[in-house]
Design a protein around this ligand. Structure first.
Ligand SMILES: [Zn+2]
Length: 211
């Protein structure tokens, strides 16, 4: 059996197991999607949102990209954000990075990763520049990377708060709260590193006053 055929095989067994436990499982799920959470995480295969939070399908709306970035020209991310906030009415948005992130490690090298990856990683270099003093003072490279992972999550929370999508929901419905988390590959534990409650004031330059 080819490796991808194994996946299909496992899928059949998984589906049968679910139905055996709960005959209406798929019927119920197919009729309704009301997740309370939007998860913006890293594409890294070792950080699956549902598994590490012990949640079920239907509980978390998920978007993943390399190094969990919130780029304000990324139509993919903004579509997910718009849908989650305005249609699913999520109460919480979680940006979850992880220690040992390959995207973060790559961004602090001087290696040319060629056009597209260079473009993406540039956003992480910009986060580094904003916190250069603190990061340069950390001599141990692993610790410096870990700190950049945390600061990167914090910057992505700021980036979410700067969108009119989030600001409008804050103004009209006092939601969603924004949570910055970092997952540890070595111990499986999620560490909250930054939080922004709905309605928090940010740099006035970024606040819309005619929403
Ligand atoms: Zn990663």
């Amino acid at each position: 059996m080819k490796p991808y055929e194994l996946l299909l095989n496992e899928n059949k067994q998984w589906a049968a197991g679910k139905v055996a436990q709960d005959p209406d499982y798929f019927k119920r799920l197919s009729q309704l999607q009301t997740p309370e959470f939007l998860w913006i995480g890293c594409s890294d295969s070792r950080v699956p949102a549902n598994e590490i939070t012990n949640t079920q399908p239907g509980e978390i709306f998920v978007h993943r990209n390399i190094a969990n970035l919130v780029i304000n020209t990324d139509v993919n991310l903004l579509s997910v954000l718009d849908f989650a906030v305005n249609h699913l009415k999520v109460k919480h948005i979680i940006v979850c990075g992880h220690y040992g992130c390959g995207g973060i490690k790559a961004a602090i090298t001087n290696h040319d990763f060629k056009a597209v990856l260079n473009m993406w990683l540039r956003n992480i270099k910009d986060v580094y520049r904003l916190h250069r003093k603190e990061l340069d003072d950390i001599k141990d490279m692993d610790l410096r990377c870990d700190r950049l992972v945390e600061l990167n999550v914090q910057e992505q929370i700021f980036s979410l708060a700067k969108t009119s999508i989030v600001q409008r929901a804050w103004k009209n419905e006092q939601r969603p709260d924004l949570h910055g988390w970092v997952y540890g590959l070595k111990d499986g534990i999620i560490k909250p590193v930054y939080e922004m409650r709905a309605g928090t004031h940010i740099d006035s330059l970024y606040e819309y006053d005619d929403l």
